[in-house]
Design a protein around this ligand. Sequence first.
Ligand code: GDP
Length: 431
Amino acid sequence: LPVVAIVGRPNVGKSTLVNRIIGRREAVVEDVPGVTRDRVSYPASWIGRRFMVTDTGGWEPDAKGLQQSISAQAEFAMRTADLIVLVVDATVGATSTDEAVARTLRRAKTPVLLAANKVDSERAEADAAVLWSLGLGEPHMISASHGRGTADLLDTILEALPETPRERYVAGGPRRVALVGKPNVGKSSLLNRLAGEERSVVDNVAGTTVDPVDEVIELDGEPWQFVDTAGLRRKVRTATGHEYYASLRTRAALESAELALLLIDASETISEQDLRVLSMIIDSGRALVVVFNKWDLVDEDRRYDLDKEIDRELARVPWARRINISAETGRSVTKLVPAMEQALDSWDRRVPTGRLNNWLKEVIAATPPPVRGGRQPRVMFATQAATRPPTFVLFTTGFLEAGYRRFIERRLREEFGFDGSPVRVNVRVRD
Ligand code: GDP
């Protein structure tokens, strides 16, 4: 999806604007101490078009000073976003920091919009007019907290946003993994274990664009990009709003990943929270490896219970490999990479049309689709319309029941082996 980056000085209202755009009233970001520290992406949509919004807030002024840190923010947005919105506080006017950022942004090849925030009255509109001086075109006057002008700004964003997002990942670059799971399942511990084990963390891989919040770790001689790990590294922990924030973050991580590593605490009952993360993974269509962590705490009794829980709760993903590890002791951590490779291999796999149809003819001859309304639907032809994940389309003369589609999916898996990846079977009825 195309990415819209929101940049600007602290307290100009970036987070409020982000919350407006993603359709949430209260500020989830600035209100929660510690949470603004990382750059975060959120899925958003406006008049049916979907995009990601990146809040570059929280690049707290460090030793290098506010100006430099904001410039770094702008540079980063220029490298990674498809459109940049610079937010300025119209009640303050253009500060020297705003001017410095504007200077940087004027070089951008990416479209840049200027949002003059905190314009709550007509008098304030007159003040905002001086922001033309920033050389970024018309100041779009908004009040992020009241919602004034934000619909117009969104219209303008959509007009200026390129149809296709820029190429962020070079083909042949590291595979992208989202390490997800509820708090305290051991995500940070596993990341540290993986990074520590090989002692060969690389910041950047030649020819690829790696987000600063991502981490590239070499495993079995290959680089793997763990997306959005900043929160795991810095142990961002807060009570208020944390769950909502964490779920947005999980969605965003899945959006930029190819594979989900779902961590579940094997020593505890599989919970609602685990299942919510699982649902997000299923919705995302990503490849999946389920990792049961804290295996060192699992005894015979727990193991027995866990087996039952798995039958009940993970029935939706019978195709996902399950691996039992201990991030603490390092047990079986080496089994992860082969499972991840297999899952991605399935996710990328394409079945040639000829082979698919020869196979399908036999399956259908042996088990024809059930008769509906006195008619026997005929399956005329199938094709694999997409990979990542594999998506098949059956062209038929009538509707196929969900049960029969599942049957086809099961047989497809048996024949072509898509372990670790979802498989979609769609039907197109031709009259
Ligand atoms: P995160 O919130 O998912 O990043 O979880 P953490 O990595 O912070 O781990 C939460 C707690 O579980 C910490 O106290 C870890 O030491 C502990 N922990 C993580 N992995 C294991 C494990 O394999 N076995 C045991 N016994 N404890 C673990």
